[in-house]
Design a protein around this ligand. Structure first.
Ligand SMILES: *[C@@H]1O[C@H](CO)[C@@H](O)[C@H](O)[C@H]1NC(C)=O
Ligand SMILES: *[C@@H]1O[C@H](CO)[C@@H](O)[C@H](O)[C@H]1NC(C)=O
Ligand SMILES: *[C@@H]1O[C@H](CO)[C@@H](O)[C@H](O)[C@H]1NC(C)=O
Ligand SMILES: *[C@@H]1O[C@H](CO)[C@@H](O)[C@H](O)[C@H]1NC(C)=O
Ligand SMILES: *[C@@H]1O[C@H](CO)[C@@H](O)[C@H](O)[C@H]1NC(C)=O
Length: 540
């Protein structure tokens, strides 16, 4: 009986121990699983972990990226061999139309009497002149250039030093974050929130809406910056309904544009547009937008600071730079149609060809990037045989004439260059952390019923006849989209948006309308490039 009692007692004892172990296990298990149990410590862990992860995956991504690039190239070679017929045809068509473009430009330039006023935004002859002149300039004015590059290296050194400091500071800050995590939770929330917002917000997706507050400046005004050749109000054109539209992104906040507020935001900053004539349109539009098209006599021409003074005997300078004294803001444009580094092959030969280094950015970018707070790049319409031949550009890679026949195909050379320029800018951004760099996607052309020289035109005057919405997620410019992927360079995606606006090109209207040649490439100003700038301003 006694023994039975003991064993019963022990049995009960084991039973309760078992229950206790079971309960503890359940408790510990739910401690881990149930969010209600998560205390501030594990909350901290949540914040520590993502930040550690976000460091590593980056590295990982860029490694993957270069690997996948190699893989892509290999795959590309294959694809191209497989589909060479198709490609050949496409690129033939492409260069054909582009050559045509070129010829038109040459014609227009011959027709225009006063080179200062010439109406076609063309750089064929003038570019040759410019390049020759550049050779001269470089010989004649060694001092200013030397000065610039001395400044440049000096600044590089000091940038380097400040970088080391910044890195040390950010290391300490990082440790501080770990130590005082609970204090920083709000900030982390904000960071997470804003990165979340950026992810879901695609400025290129949305619709055009009529808005009585457009245009942002008068096409009769802005004489200080708006070229007559793009001011459609000064032409025979009578319909201006294209001026009254605004772009409404689907998921992004679009603050109403206000020029003086933007200037204040850009206090002590420099905004640079670098690219072809469409980039110049965007620059002129930007100048008109921030000034509201009003006269601003206090704004100073500071082109000479950037080597942009018009050299004797040339049609125009390589760019323009203006300084707003009240806010100490500089806005500039530099003409670089290909974004490549271009240099004479034989500097003492006046009829020299020019090396077009597909793997080097334009020297202007190398010299001045450190001064920019906002950079907007573009290229595209000059990538054709015609322009290359007239400009006497010879493609170079690794400092040698390009041999690879596949890369010699214009589309591939352009793609390579866009990738290289983006890669270079991205590599500079750790050194210039304040820089916000954008690559603007290609501006669409709208020649209907032929090309420019076969009766092609863009006669539609009804806005948005083909629809007002962009619903696709991806860009219509896969080259730029692909190039900026995984970099700190942002896409300024205007291709699909502008594709809907065939009615707002220069069309048949120009100050000196020439025999049936229509410009369905450049845009009337005010007009579509204003919207590109609104999208830009929303992102800086
Ligand atoms: C670290 O945090 C403390 C308190 O939050 C602050 O006083 C200190 O300046 C911080 N140090 C750095 C390097 O950020
Ligand atoms: C982050 O977003 C969430 C949900 O949108 C919101 O409830 C929270 O207040 C935001 N946090 C901060 C710090 O803005
Ligand atoms: C103007 O801005 C530049 C940076 O763009 C800065 O270096 C300079 O100190 C500023 N000048 C004044 C007077 O604030
Ligand atoms: C460069 O051009 C000059 C002038 O035409 C010529 O005399 C010289 O031989 C050229 N040099 C080379 C390396 O081709
Ligand atoms: C452009 O070049 C990149 C990198 O070399 C490659 O991944 C991509 O497929 C190319 N795109 C085109 C359209 O050739």
């Amino acid at each position: 009986m006694k023994g039975g009692n003991i064993s019963r007692f022990l049995g009960r004892h084991y039973f309760f121990t078992l229950i206790a172990i079971l309960l503890t296990t359940i408790f510990l298990w739910s401690w881990e699983k149930n969010p209600l149990f998560i205390n501030s410590l594990s909350e901290e862990n949540e914040f520590i972990l993502p930040s550690q992860e976000s460091l590593n995956p980056r590295k990982h991504i860029s490694e993957d990226y270069s690997q996948s690039q190699v893989a892509d190239v290999t795959r590309n070679v294959k694809t191209e061999q497989e589909s060479s017929n198709l490609r050949e045809k496409t690129s033939e068509d492409y260069s054909h139309s582009q050559v045509a473009d070129e010829t038109r430009n040459v014609k227009t330039e011959q027709e225009s009497l006063n080179p200062m006023d010439h109406t076609s935004e063309d750089y064929s002859h003038s570019q040759v002149a410019d390049e020759t002149r550049n050779v001269k300039t470089e010989q004649e004015s060694l001092n200013p250039r030397e000065h610039t590059s001395k400044d440049y290296s000096h600044k590089l050194v000091s940038d380097g030093i400040s970088n080391v400091k910044t890195e040390q500071a950010s290391d300490t800050a990082l440790m501080n974050i770990t130590a005082t995590l609970s204090l920083d939770r709000k900030d982390n929330d904000k960071i997470l929130n804003s990165s979340f917002e950026k992810k879901v917000c695609n400025y290129a997706k949305g619709r055009w809406v009529a808005d009585s507050r457009r245009p942002l400046y008068s096409g009769f005004g802005c004489k200080q910056w708006l070229s007559e050749m793009w001011a459609c109000r000064l032409t025979q054109r009578t319909d201006f309904s294209y001026e009254g539209y605004r772009w409404q992104p689907e998921n992004c906040e679009m603050p109403e544009f206000e020029g003086s507020a933007l200037l204040k935001r850009m206090q002590d900053k420099t905004i640079a547009f670098v690219g072809d004539s469409l980039g110049r349109q965007q620059f002129q539009s930007f100048m008109c937008m921030v000034t509201g098209g009003e006269e601003h006599p206090e704004v100073e021409d500071v082109g000479s600071k950037y080597g942009l003074a018009k050299p004797h005997g040339s049609i125009r300078p390589d760019g323009w730079a203006y300084w707003f004294p009240h806010t100490n803001t500089t806005i500039l444009y530099y003409w670089s149609a290909s974004l490549c580094g271009i240099e004479p092959i034989n500097i003492s030969d006046p009829s020299t060809n020019f090396a077009m280094h597909l793997d080097r950015p334009a020297a202007f970018l190398e010299h001045f990037l450190h001064e920019f707070d906002v950079l907007v790049l573009n290229t595209g319409h000059h990538w054709n045989r015609g322009k290359m031949n007239v400009n006497r550009w010879v493609m170079y890679l690794n400092g040698k004439p390009l041999q690879d026949w596949k890369l010699q195909q214009i589309g591939n050379a352009k793609n390579l260059t866009v990738y290289n320029v983006v890669k270079w800018v991205d590599s500079q951004m750790t050194r210039h952390p304040r820089l916000k760099a954008f690559f603007r996607t290609i501006s669409p052309r709208h020649f209907f019923n032929g090309e420019w020289n076969t009766g092609g035109s863009c006669d539609n005057t009804t806005p948005l006849a083909g629809g007002s919405e962009v619903t696709q997620d991806e860009s219509s410019d896969p080259v730029v989209e692909g190039a900026v992927k995984g970099t700190k360079v942002k896409i300024l995606d205007i291709t699909a948006i502008s594709q809907l606006r065939d009615e707002s090109h220069m069309s048949r209207y120009s100050i000196r309308a020439s025999s049936g040649v229509h410009d369905c490439l450049h845009w009337c100003l005010p007009g579509v490039p204003d919207t590109w700038n609104e999208l830009l301003c929303a992102q800086i």
